[in-house]
Design a protein around this ligand. Structure first.
Ligand code: XIL
Length: 319
């Protein structure tokens, strides 16, 4: 059947997909929509594979939530993007405030990665190994990992992930790297750093939490994708949503449809842009209103799980 994923695959991409979270999986109408592989050929757990869910105390691993989403993907025949191993946020305080020295934190980080990547070995098409390591000016973000280990924590994390599952594609993932600028350059430098260290990196994830009316143009996005591809990595749009002030006006929705189309067309234009994931598919479960006050309406399905025809068709026809 025709749909967002069917069109993406017809354009030579690996998938069009959506994020999801465990509590939503009791909503049967929602699950039916998510499981429609004409629209979604891939899913990402929005929270279920993060450190604070997986390793709540040192050496104690809980995979129930991650497994629930991994089995849904398997049952539906969808690819799984696994998200995320090393991140400053949603990090338990035993790690963040543990006061560990360099060698101990390296060992804790490697143990976390080895355990989790081994648990999901063979199931993760991609792993977001390191998430959001950069400040807006392209310098390294202060975090317990950076402050204790230095920039080497990044290649060390990639090497540990590669050793645990050699066939998963390993990604660096960040936001505000969807067009040229200091932060995108910083992400390109991370790709170089990992390679210089002799570790493997396969891709860069552009989160793409974008804003209606200030989404970069198609040509700006294509040029940016090419800057990564020229370093020998692939690219994916990993968390796409395009927010606006709520309630959305009809002109905002029209602009949003164009902004989605520009982003899809940018990915379509570069063969090494392998796929696009929206950060859930319906406003009913979007993270935006809880974090960006007064904003939302960011996704192609509304709060009643109805398609926004103008936005949906713009994505469909941009493939
Ligand atoms: C968000 C989730 O969607 C929320 O449910 C959670 O409360 C906070 O995290 N960048 C990322 C994602 O890489 O993991 C974040 O997901 C959104 C920003």
């Amino acid at each position: 059947a025709d749909g967002l994923n069917t069109r993406a695959v017809a354009a030579g991409k690996e998938y069009f997909g959506s994020a999801t979270n465990n509590p939503e999986l009791t909503d049967t109408a929602y699950v039916t929509g998510l499981s429609n592989t004409a629209d979604f050929g891939q899913i990402t757990p929005g929270n279920a594979m993060k450190w604070d869910t997986i390793e709540t105390s040192r050496g104690t691993f809980s995979y129930t939530k991650g497994d629930e989403i991994a089995s849904l993907a398997k049952k539906n025949g969808q690819l799984l993007r696994c998200h995320t191993l090393v991140w400053h946020s949603q990090l338990p305080s035993w790690v963040k405030n543990g006061g560990f020295d360099n060698a101990t934190l390296i060992s804790i980080m490697k143990n976390h990665i080895t355990n989790e990547v081994t648990h999901y070995k063979g199931q993760c098409h991609h792993w977001d190994v390191v998430n959001e390591a950069l400040n807006e000016d392209g310098t390294y973000r202060s975090s317990v990992f950076y402050d204790t280990i230095g920039p080497a924590y990044i290649p060390i994390a990639f090497a540990a992930a590669a050793a645990a599952d050699p066939s998963a594609k390993l990604y660096y993932n960040d936001y505000n790297i969807e067009s040229a600028g200091a932060k995108s350059t910083g992400a390109q430098n991370i790709v170089k750093l990992i390679k210089q260290y002799g570790a493997k990196i396969d891709g860069v994830g552009l989160q793409a939490h974008l804003i209606v009316g200030s989404t970069p143009s198609q040509s700006a996005q294509t040029a940016n994708i090419n800057a990564f591809v020229n370093l020998g990595v692939e690219v994916a749009y990993t968390e796409l949503d395009i927010r606006t002030t709520t309630p959305a006006t009809s002109s905002a929705v029209t602009q949003q449809a164009q902004d989605y189309a520009s982003t899809v067309a940018a990915c379509k234009a570069v063969s090494k842009c392998v796929g696009i994931t929206i950060w859930d598919y319906t406003d009913k479960y979007s993270w935006i209103p809880s974090v960006f006050s007064g904003q939302g309406a960011a996704l192609p399905w509304d709060e009643n799980l109805q398609k926004k025809t103008e936005v949906y068709n713009a994505i469909l026809n941009a493939w």
